[in-house]
Design a protein around this ligand. Structure first.
Ligand code: NAD
Ligand code: DAU
Length: 339
């Protein structure tokens, strides 16, 4: 089986490649990534000598390059994770989100139809396409799409294109919508690694608004096992929600991190709120739990300390991102300069 993963050098993509290499010994994994600021090939350095892993530097909006990659590898499965993923950046620069998340998804669907029409396309979307909840209720797969940020709107657009490919062209597609992930290799602009690194450095921890916004956190390995379940057994054309059943207000997470990092709550700094900040996300994952027998295996109590330990043990990983040194890895490994 040839399994193509787009965005494999990012946070979830690199965790997914490690996960699939260990769980699926007969699969070849092809990582297709353009190495934006969020792509870090050092996340996969331990796979470099694995004959079942290969890397293709390619932008998913580049039709010529994407054709070359599909023609070379003829994937049986396509796991599509490549995206611009950070909400704050989408507020400042929406166009790059539309380009990668919307246009890039259509380029992949067109190429699949042309080269490997019998393959399966798993589109990794997000719970943010459903918009924002009040204090009560949960997102189900029937909740109407109502995105609020340029990021979530571009993801919603890509979901609609995947749906159209299923209905119009009969392609075998499935869509997943997961809540907030945490774990190793998360780019330090996101809440948990950002707060942890600031706590260790004695820097202020910027909490947006009153800190009462709620997110449902899931350990990245549980997201990966859910993606495998949907890829192998999900029904064509369907959407599956994925969640950790683990809601936290941001301020409570920040205080927990400060305690575990043995730093003072005086570092908390309430700052201007994110424009259009969604109040609460909460996932009803009954469909994947009952239909595919999937359950998250890691509790927050167990996996958050593991995550904090990972960042502590790998402080050099963060330092190389902050200094920009992680960008040199591609040239060292593949002998070509990044554009
Ligand atoms: P990330 O930002 O860490 O990684 C994104 C990867 O995509 C990077 O390696 C980047 O280089 C690559 N990429 C970006 N633009 C590209 C392009 N034009 N061509 C090729 N590669 C490109 O993101 P993440 O947090 O790992 O999220 C992965 C996917 O999961 C995204 O689609 C995101 O919407 C979705 N998602 C994320 C979360 C979360 O909590 N992080 C939750 C639900 C869904
Ligand atoms: O729900 C899934 C989504 O989770 C994914 O689709 C996105 O790709 C991923 O980035 C994440 O989006 P969020 O906006 O929820 O994640 P972020 O880590 O940016 O922020 C989490 C919460 O913390 C959010 O309510 C904003 C708040 N926050 C964030 C940062 C970076 C702060 O209060 N201060 C901060 O400095």
């Amino acid at each position: 089986m040839n399994v193509l993963v787009t965005g494999g050098a990012g946070f979830i993509g690199s965790n997914l490649i490690h996960f699939l290499l260990s769980q699926k010994p007969e699969w070849n994994l092809i990582n297709v990534d353009s190495l934006t600021y969020a792509g870090n090939l050092e996340n996969l350095s331990s796979c470099d000598d694995n004959p079942r892993y290969s890397f293709e530097l390619a932008d998913i909006t580049d039709t010529v390059r994407i054709h070359e990659v599909f023609d070379k590898h003829h994937p049986d499965f396509i796991l599509h994770l490549a995206a611009e993923s950070h909400v704050d950046r989408s507020v400042l620069d929406p166009l790059v989100f539309v380009r990668t998340n919307v246009l890039g998804t259509q380029v992949l669907l067109d190429e699949m139809r042309k080269t490997v029409p019998g393959s399966r396309f798993l589109h990794v979307s997000t719970d943010e396409v459903y918009g924002s909840l009040g204090a009560e209720g949960y997102f189900t797969e029937e909740t109407p799409i109502a995105p609020n940020s340029p990021y979530s709107s571009s993801k919603a657009g890509s979901d609609m294109l995947v749906r159209a490919a299923f209905i119009t062209h009969g392609l075998d597609t499935v869509i997943t919508r997961c809540s907030n992930n945490y774990g190793p290799y998360q780019f330090p602009e996101k809440l948990i690694p950002l707060m942890l690194n600031n706590a260790w450095a004695g820097k202020p921890l910027p909490v947006y608004g009153d800190g009462r916004n709620v997110r449902d956190w899931i350990y990245v390995d549980d997201h990966c096992s859910a993606l495998l379940a949907v890829l192998e057994n999900g029904r064509s054309g369907e959407v599956y929600n994925i969640g950790g059943n683990n809601e936290w207000a941001n301020i409570d997470i920040v205080k927990l991190i400060l305690r575990q990092a043995e730093a003072s709550e005086d570092l908390i700094q309430f700052v201007t709120d994110r424009p259009g900040h969604d109040h609460r996300y909460a996932i009803d994952a009954t469909k994947i739990e009952k239909g595919l027998g999937w359950q998250p295996r890691h509790s927050f109590e167990e996996a958050l300390p593991l995550t904090i330990k990972w960042y502590g043990d790998n402080i050099e990983w963060t330092r190389r991102i902050v200094s920009g040194a992680y960008r040199d890895y591609y040239e060292q490994q593949y002998g070509q300069r990044l554009g």
